[in-house]
Design a protein around this ligand. Structure first.
Ligand code: SAH
Length: 259
């Protein structure tokens, strides 16, 4: 059977190593009632191992028509489960009415956007196991104080316990990507609501990191509406703050704005 021809603009790098594929799928916690969505199944290298797990409801979202044809021929039992479309545009509430987990070797060009979508759906997404570019994986797992700590590190760490699982070299892919890859796991923590206004928190984090080399006193001006927050923390730079410190800061800003 003809293989799918890799298309660069879709971030297609097909994993060829079955041991790694199995290891990725084994990293996902599943039980009989777990719903799973796979992003970008391609030719199904992870899919075959998910099938063996007998999960409750399994959906696959693939943008590439050629891959969809391939999958339907190879896994006829999944015909009804494959959704041809763009994960970023999909209304996930129409796919699952209860919680679900996400697995995938993500298209690296849109991995950040996938995580922002996960954050929008955080009350539904229990767990994510994914392979992404190694640098992005490191950034997401990074603790405060490092140069690569950024928006996604803070936002994701506020809602998920994150583990860096393992690094994957270029050679196990066809075609090989230019970068190293890594597999990470995100498990939803017990925080239902942050102890601050969620929208303002997002805004403070994003605005702070927009000019990451400046102190928060300077970078957060657009959020403060001309007011001045007299606080030590404003002399720091965004990468120095843990998500808990961002929560404190958000509360102080909310109070100030209400005065
Ligand atoms: N899981 C396969 C393929 C990984 S490559 C493997 O490990 O070999 C990334 C896959 O994501 C490709 O199949 C690509 O077609 C798909 N893809 C790219 N953009 C997408 C999007 N916006 N929504 C869903 N799938 C997408």
């Amino acid at each position: 059977m003809k293989q799918v021809k890799a298309k660069k603009h879709l971030g297609q790098h097909f994993l060829r190593d079955m041991n790694i594929a199995k290891k990725i799928v084994d990293s996902l916690s599943v039980s009989d009632n777990t719903n799973v969505v796979e992003i970008g199944p391609g030719m199904g290298v992870l899919t075959q191992f998910v099938i063996n797990k007998n999960v409750n409801n399994f959906k696959l979202i693939e943008l590439d028509g050629e891959s969809v044809v391939y999958l339907k021929e190879h896994y006829p039992q999944l015909t009804e489960s494959i959704i041809e479309g763009d994960f970023l545009k999909l209304d996930l509430s129409k796919v699952f009415d209860s919680k679900y987990s996400i697995i995938g070797n993500f298209p690296y060009n849109i991995s950040s956007q996938i995580f922002f979508k996960v954050l929008e759906e955080k009350d539904k997404v229990d767990e994510v196991v994914c392979m992404i570019q190694k640098e992005v994986a490191e950034r997401i797992c990074e603790k405060p104080g490092s140069k690569t700590y950024g928006i996604l590190s803070v936002l994701l760490q506020a809602y998920y316990d994150i583990e860096y699982l393992f690094t994957v070299g270029e050679k196990v892919f066809d075609p090989p990507p230019k970068v190293k890859s890594a597999v990470i796991r995100l498990k939803r923590n017990s925080v239902i609501k942050l102890e601050c206004d969620h929208k303002l928190f997002f805004r403070v984090v994003k605005t702070g990191f927009n000019q990451r080399r400046k102190t928060l006193r300077n970078s957060l001006k657009p959020v403060l509406n001309g007011k001045i927050l007299e606080d030590e923390i404003m002399n720091k730079r965004p990468e120095q703050l843990s998500y808990n410190q961002f929560i404190d800061l958000t509360n102080k800003i909310e109070k100030l704005l209400a005065e």
